[in-house]
Design a protein around this ligand. Structure first.
Ligand code: ATP
Length: 381
C-alpha cells in the first residue's frame, strides 16, 4: 500500500491496554479481517497500547523521525515485517500478521500500562498524531482503566473511539462477560482438578488464590464450575479470623460425614481484618491449620498456592473467540456508520454498542449474591 492510499482510506487504530486476557488475539484477528474483507479499511496495530503512541510522539519530539518518515515506514513495512522492527510502534496489519492467532493466548501487539498517557499534554500530542495519520476511529481493548483512558481521549479529541471489554476479572458491570473470563474459568477448573487429586490423596485442605482485583466474579464463577467448596470474595466483607474458624468447624462437620479434603478459592482482593502484606491464600491456610490443631481432626494439613498469572495465559475458550468475533462485528458496524463512540457489550444475550458510561443492564451485585448462595447450597455436605 502506498502512503496516499493508506491515508486516503482513513485507517482504524487498534490497541490493547492494561492486563492481557485470552481472546485478545482472536479479537485482533477479527478486527483486522473484518476491516479488510468487509469494510476495505486498513487497521493500524499499535504496539504496547498507549505506550506505543506515546513513544511515537516522543520520537517525533526528539527529531528521531518526521511525520513523513513515519508514514513511509508504516506503509513500507506492513504486517510481520513491521511487528519485528523495534522502533516502529505502529504497524499496518495484513492477513499474514493475524494468521493462526485465533487460538493463541497473549497478544501479538502486546499490551502495557502507560503513566504518561494520564498526562493531558501527552494525550494532546497523541491525539494530534492520530489526526496526522488520518485515523478515522480508535479501538481500545482492555479493562476498566483502559476504557476510562479511551473515554477521556474521546472527549478530548472528538474522534470515534470504540472500547472493547477485555479482562479476566469480569469487573466491568456494563457487559455480562468480558473477553478472557471464560478462558480463565477453564484454566481454574483445570487447576482445581489437579489440586483435588493431591488433596484427596493426602486428606488435605488446599487454599488457592485467584485473580480478579477487587472483584469476586471470576472466583465465584470458577468455584461453581470446578466444584471448589469455598469461594472467599471481597464482596462478602472482611475475612475475619472468626469467619475462618467457623469455616474450619464447618469442614470438620463435613469430614465427620465422610468428606476427605476441601478446596478453598480465595480472591486476591479479599479484605482481611488485619492489614497484612502476606498473600491471602497463606493467611487463610495458616489460620485454618491453627483452627484444626484445636479440633477433632488434628492430622488435617493445609497447603496454599497462588495461581497467579497462569490465569491470564493459554488458549482462549471457544466462547471467548466467539465473543471476540461478535465484539469486532459490533465495533465495525459502528465504524462503518461513522459516528457513535461507545463500548461493545454482551447484555442479556445481545451484542451491541452502548454509550460510554452507560449503566449496567442487570443488577450485578444481586447476580453475584445469588451465585454465592447457589454455590453454598451446591457445596455443603
Ligand atoms: P486490568 O483490569 O486487566 O488491570 P486495566 O485496563 O484496568 O486492565 P489499568 O492499569 O487500570 O488496567 O489501566 C491501563 C492503562 O489505561 C493505564 O496505564 C493508563 O495508560 C490508561 N488509563 C487508565 N486510567 C486512565 C485515566 N484516568 N486517564 C488516562 N489514561 C488512563
Amino acid at each position: 500500500m502506498t502512503i496516499p492510499q493508506l491515508l486516503d482510506q482513513r485507517p482504524v487504530a487498534l490497541l490493547f491496554s492494561g492486563g492481557d486476557s485470552p481472546g485478545m488475539n482472536a479479537f485482533l484477528r477479527a478486527a483486522v479481517r473484518l476491516g479488510m474483507n468487509r469494510n476495505e479499511v486498513p487497521v493500524l496495530g499499535i504496539m504496547d497500547g498507549y505506550v506505543g503512541l506515546v513513544r511515537t510522539v516522543k520520537q517525533l519530539e526528539a527529531g528521531e523521525t518526521s511525520l513523513e518518515k513515519l508514514r513511509r515506514s508504516i506503509a513500507r513495512r506492513p504486517g510481520l515485517l513491521g511487528l519485528r522492527v523495534k522502533k516502529q510502534h505502529i504497524v499496518l496489519m495484513d492477513h499474514e500478521s493475524v494468521s493462526g492467532i485465533v487460538v493463541k493466548g497473549g497478544i501479538e501487539l502486546r499490551t502495557a500500562r502507560s503513566q504518561e498517557f494520564r498526562n493531558p499534554e501527552r494525550r494532546r500530542q497523541v491525539i494530534q498524531l492520530l489526526r496526522d495519520l488520518n485515523v478515522r476511529a480508535v479501538i481500545v481493548c482492555g479493562g476498566d482503566g483502559s476504557l476510562a483512558g479511551a473515554e477521556i481521549m474521546q472527549r478530548e479529541s472528538g474522534l470515534q473511539v470504540i472500547g472493547v471489554p477485555g479482562t479476566i476479572d469480569n469487573d466491568l458491570p456494563i457487559t455480562d462477560y468480558s473477553l478472557g473470563v471464560q478462558s480463565a474459568i477453564e484454566t481454574l477448573v483445570r487447576a482445581v482438578d489437579s489440586i483435588k487429586d493431591t488433596a484427596r490423596s493426602h486428606r488435605r485442605v488446599m487454599v488457592l488464590e485467584t485473580m480478579g482485583r477487587d472483584s469476586g466474579e471470576l472466583t465465584q464463577l470458577a468455584a461453581i464450575a470446578s466444584g471448589a467448596e469455598y469461594a472467599l470474595i471481597p464482596e462478602d466483607g472482611y475475612l475475619t479470623s472468626d469467619r475462618i474458624r467457623a469455616m474450619a468447624e464447618e469442614m470438620e462437620t463435613s469430614f465427620k460425614r465422610g468428606r476427605t479434603h476441601s478446596i478453598v478459592l480465595v480472591a486476591e482482593g479479599v479484605k482481611m481484618d488485619k492489614q497484612t502484606w502476606e498473600s491471602p491464600a497463606w493467611v487463610v491456610s495458616a489460620k485454618l491449620a491453627e483452627a484444626f490443631r484445636h479440633g477433632p481432626y488434628k492430622d488435617i494439613e493445609t497447603r496454599a498456592s497462588v495461581l497467579g498469572h497462569l490465569q491470564r495465559g493459554g488458549r482462549p475458550a471457544p466462547f471467548d473467540s466467539i465473543l471476540a468475533a461478535e465484539f469486532a462485528e459490533v465495533a465495525w458496524h459502528a465504524i462503518a456508520a461513522g459516528k457513535d463512540s461507545g463500548i461493545t457489550v454482551l447484555q442479556n444475550g445481545e451484542y451491541k454498542l452502548v454509550p460510554i458510561g452507560s449503566p449496567p443492564a442487570s443488577d450485578r451485585p444481586a447476580r453475584l449474591q445469588r451465585l454465592h448462595l447457589q454455590h453454598q447450597a451446591l457445596s455443603s455436605w
